[in-house]
Design a protein around this ligand. Structure first.
Ligand SMILES: O=C(O)c1ccccc1N[C@@H]1O[C@H](COP(=O)(O)O)[C@@H](O)[C@H]1O
Length: 219
């Protein structure tokens, strides 16, 4: 786990599918942008679209490709595009995360679903195999995807984490609750998808700008 500290939380906007929204997100001051490669998601982007978006973003903002339990060929295809990060948002075991990190040769952000105190203990098993931890709401049983559902969770559960751990917070964040989340949880960064959309998969430049402005003003 690489330790970085920032005065203010970094902001990641996830689920970007178009050049226009990418440009609006960079102009609004995001630190990281995420592209989802998972066909069941309303934010799914093809390899070709992700290649173009990464090329456009390179050197301007950190790029993240979100995958769910990817096979080796998908990992290789995505790694070849040269993203800064791969976000693993499925049921990958610590052993599998370690293997993907070795195969891809890019930094790995591992999402850990949180719904109970016991779930928080699972974070520890990823600390040596991932470069960053992202905590997200545990999806309800029967959900068709493991994230991007706009669901929050009890942030108080995170008090059990080592306060020096630089984790990212996600799950149901919006322009209206992000400042409260930052003040309550003190995360290294915040990550949002549904909360900056006008409809599932449709990003709204005004909401992205408001989210980033409110996150910056939180502390
Ligand atoms: O965005 C998706 O559709 C998605 C699909 C599969 C796994 C994760 C997904 N999104 C990530 O989930 C968290 C929380 O999102 P939200 O803000 O609650 O909508 C975030 O990291 C998204 O990138």
């Amino acid at each position: 786990m690489s330790i970085e500290m920032a005065d203010q939380p970094i902001v990641k906007i996830c689920g970007i599918k178009t050049s226009a929204i990418l440009e609006a997100t960079i102009a609004a001051g995001a630190d990281m942008v995420g592209f989802v490669h998972f066909p069941r998601s309303p934010r799914h982007a093809s390899i070709e679209d992700i290649a173009n978006l990464i090329s456009e973003a390179r050197g301007r903002v950190q790029t993240v490709v979100l995958l769910v339990n990817p096979d080796n060929s998908t990992v290789a295809e995505i790694a070849a595009l040269g993203p800064d990060w791969i976000q693993l948002h499925g049921p990958e075991t610590p052993h599998r995360v370690e293997a993907i990190r070795a195969e891809a040769g890019v930094e790995i952000m591992k999402a850990v679903p949180i719904g109970s105190a016991e779930d928080v203990t699972h974070v520890a098993s990823f600390l040596d195999v991932a470069d960053r931890i992202l905590v997200d709401a545990k999806p309800p049983k029967g959900a068709d995807r493991p994230g991007g559902l706009g669901e929050t969770f009890d942030w108080g559960l995170l008090k059990a984490l080592d306060p020096s751990l630089p984790f990212m917070l996600s799950g149901g964040l919006t322009p209206d609750n992000v400042a409260d989340a930052i003040r309550s949880v003190r995360p290294f960064g915040v990550d949002v998808s549904s909360g900056v959309e006008s409809a599932p998969g449709v990003k709204d430049a005004g909401l992205i700008e408001a989210f980033i402005r409110n996150a910056r003003a939180a502390l």
